[in-house]
Design a protein around this ligand. Structure first.
Ligand code: FES
Length: 716
């Protein structure tokens, strides 16, 4: 609980995760950004939680009395890991130190309830929290971020906190084979050019460097704007003479010039490999590519280790400001290098043969990766340090490949529309086609592009972490054990579920939550305002604290031995997420003087879209109620675009053009956005005329429900 930022006389438990300020319910609902809640619309990622929380940065400072602080060993059972930490540290900090992957969705603010541990033994001070049920407290559950260490501790990691295999878009043979033949004219950034030079004579006495240039020209290289480092020149003479003027020159093609990176004696017989990397906030994907023909030799994916610092980009930036950007960079490079190793080992290749790399990621991810100050990304007027990057050398950035490998970072037009979206546009080709297209990538931020070959507008709206499981009691990412599909029997109200990995469920992921809300609405379990209307005698009805909830799966059918429930707060959080995304579509279309009926196609990309049921997403008002044939899912377009740029100079240029040609619309100062957002906090929307099919279905279902109730009454 805290005091409302605008009404200090009011205690409230709604916390804005970005600004770390509390807001009362009135401020929360206020549509006027200037009067009551100027923080709301300018918040690129916001997340309120009414279940409690603590101030950011109130972790006790280190002792300053000069005495040496006590240190304790913390053991994480099951993981066989341990850390030595100072008195007063939290168990979450200990887990990060021990490299134990814990779900810390809110980055230790104590409001998400995801970092649960079970205390086996030891001395910790644990704050009381409403995020743990009485049953959990009986079983000695604690929140890692709220547990202050005062002695040796042994903890175990319960099932729901464990990181498991993530379902990542762009993986599998089907996804990689789709890219076959996409790039025909292969032109890598870095080439190893084998040359047989004429040895010097008295009649041909040009310098070694000029001789090298001459050889390169013969191989089609433009040497008019070529540069050579002193280190290369220093070793040139020996390299040329070691094998009778047979050499291999490594040349990297930059935007308007080229550079000789290295010259070695002998003719290169090495295979040239490339790596395309998609650095997502949640997951990272790596493709290992044969640069000779573009075939994808291996694809690997994994959790972005930065997730230990929170689910969304704002929390990552806050973490970088607190602990230093180097920490975040190291975390993501550990993920990337681990995945490169995995890919290389799976095909028995040599990492030194990787000489071309393309990295695609949102603006925060690329900044943190390269240890670039990202603090202004989250501060008005939201300015990134860099939007177009020079071609980098792998050896300068901790990338575990050939140190001279050329690294191209996808450019991004704005702080909240980054290289991953440019990469996606490159892959979908909407910038070269006639049809008016709405491109969407939904994650913790919803990025939207509207346009065609003539023009493109882009914007980002703050979806919040709910679709990734944040702010939802049993919410989780699409990992093994996540309920991903749900349908509800209209008679018994029993859900039929499908679970990632075909195991017992331990939570619900984004697509499952959308299914659930849609089904609950259509089956009369909830009303259009998201409040429950379920018959209290139904065995799935439950009161949880002071709110009503629906039991999705009973405890004995789960792997967590507790009922998996969905509360009104959970519904509220999803409503806000979907409301922000839908408001984003509407405002962008309004800005262009268009409406949904004029959109020819809607392209959905990203991991979230993988298992999205379009009908159900329309039912809850996340997507517009237009012809279903207009929706198209195109998988992980970020990695696909990175793959294209890896192989082709033309595509790298095209990516820069896409980034430059997008007009970015900032919603933070847009009053329409707040208005549209408020209108969208309803199922599916306050303007039901915009959802004619859903309106018809709801009317039909209501009639059936009334008839059933009458029959039941009559039979009794
Ligand atoms: S409650 Fe501990 S990380 Fe969110």
């Amino acid at each position: 609980m805290g005091k409302c930022v605008k009404h200090p006389d009011r205690e409230t438990s709604y916390l804005c995760m970005k600004h770390n300020i509390y807001m009362c319910e009135e401020c929360l609902k206020c549509p006027d950004p200037e009067i009551h809640c100027k923080f709301r619309p300018s918040c690129p990622v916001w997340f309120m939680d009414k279940r409690g929380g603590k101030e950011i940065d109130n972790i006790p400072d280190e002792k300053k009395d000069g005495k040496k602080e006590k240190e304790y060993k913390i053991i994480f059972n099951h993981e066989n890991k341990e850390a030595i930490v100072k008195e007063g540290a939290t168990l979450l900090e200990a887990a990060q130190l021990a490299d134990v992957p814990l779900n810390a969705s809110c980055n230790g603010k104590g409001v998400c309830g995801k970092c649960k541990l079970v205390l086996e033994s030891g001395n910790v001070d644990s704050k009381s929290t409403p995020l743990l049920t009485d049953k959990e407290k009986e079983k000695k559950y604690i929140l890692a971020c709220q547990a202050i260490i005062h002695g040796e501790v042994i903890v175990s990691i319960p099932e729901e906190t464990r990181e498991k295999k993530l379902k990542v878009a762009g993986m599998g043979k089907k996804a990689t084979e789709k890219l076959k033949g996409l790039v025909t004219n292969i032109s890598p950034m870095l080439r190893n050019i084998s040359l047989k030079l004429d040895p010097p004579t008295l009649d041909d006495s040009v310098s070694d460097l000029d001789r090298l240039h001459r050889g390169l020209v013969k191989k089609g290289c433009d040497t008019s704007r070529i540069s050579t480092g002193l280190n290369v020149i220093q070793e040139l003479s020996a390299a040329m003479r070691d094998d009778d003027f047979n050499i291999t020159a490594t040349v990297v093609q930059k935007k308007c010039s080229s550079e000789i990176m290295r010259v070695v004696s002998g003719t290169s017989k090495n295979r040239s490999l490339g790596i395309a990397i998609d650095v997502g906030t949640t997951s990272v994907v790596v493709y290992l590519v044969d640069m000779a023909d573009g075939s994808i030799l291996a694809a690997t994916s994994g959790h972005n280790r930065q997730a230990a610092c929170g689910d969304d980009v704002i929390n990552r930036i806050i973490c970088a400001e607190k602990d230093g950007v180097k920490k975040l960079s190291k975390m993501v490079f550990a993920t990337i290098n681990g995945l490169i190793n995995e890919a290389i080992d799976s095909v028995g290749e040599n990492r030194n043969n990787i000489d071309n790399v393309v990295i695609s990621g949102n603006t925060t991810m690329t900044h943190l990766l390269l240890q670039i100050d990202s603090r202004n990304i989250r501060r008005e007027p939201y300015i990134p340090t860099v939007s177009a990057f020079p071609i980098l050398k792998a050896g300068n950035i901790d990338l575990n490949v050939n140190p001279v490998a050329a690294v191209f970072i996808m450019p991004g037009p704005a702080s909240y529309v980054g290289g991953d979206i440019v990469s996606g546009i490159l892959y979908t080709g909407l910038h070269k086609k006639e049809p008016l297209t709405l491109f969407i990538d939904i994650g913790t931020n919803g990025e939207i592009v509207l346009g065609n070959k003539e023009w493109m507008m882009t914007a980002s709206c703050s979806a919040g972490p709910a679709f990734e499981g944040g702010g939802v009691r049993w919410g989780m990412r699409a990992e093994t054990g996540a309920i991903e599909k749900i349908s509800i029997d209209p008679e018994t109200l029993d859900p039929a579920i499908s679970v990632v990995g075909n195991v017992l469920p331990r939570g619900i992921c984004g697509s499952g939550m959308i299914d659930l809300i849609s089904e609950m609405l259509l089956k009369g379990i909830i009303q259009q305002n998201g409040k429950f209307s379920i018959d209290p005698t139904n065995p799935r009805y439950i009161r949880e604290g002071d709110e009503t909830a629906f039991i999705v799966v009973f405890a004995d059918e789960t792997s967590v031995d507790r009922d998996i429930i969905f509360t009104e707060t959970d519904i509220d959080n999803i409503l806000r997420s979907k409301g922000a995304v839908y408001a984003g579509f509407t405002v962008l279309l309004n800005q262009a003087g268009l409406d949904f009926s004029m959109v020819d196609q809607v392209i959905i990309t990203g991991g979230f879209g993988q298992y999205l049921d379009i009908d159900k997403a329309v039912t809850i008002g996340l997507l517009p109620d237009i012809e279903r044939s207009k929706f198209k899912y195109m998988g992980n377009s970020s990695i696909a675009g990175a793959y294209m740029a890896l192989l082709s100079e033309d595509y790298r240029k095209e990516a820069s053009d896409i980034s430059n040609n997008m007009t970015y619309i900032d919603f933070s100062s847009n009053n329409d956005f707040m208005h549209e957002f408020t209108s969208a906090l309803f199922l599916p929307h306050t303007n039901m005329e915009a959802f004619p099919n859903i309106m018809a279905e709801l009317i039909k279902n209501k009639a059936m429900l009334n008839e059933k109730q009458l029959n039941d009454k009559f039979c009794k």
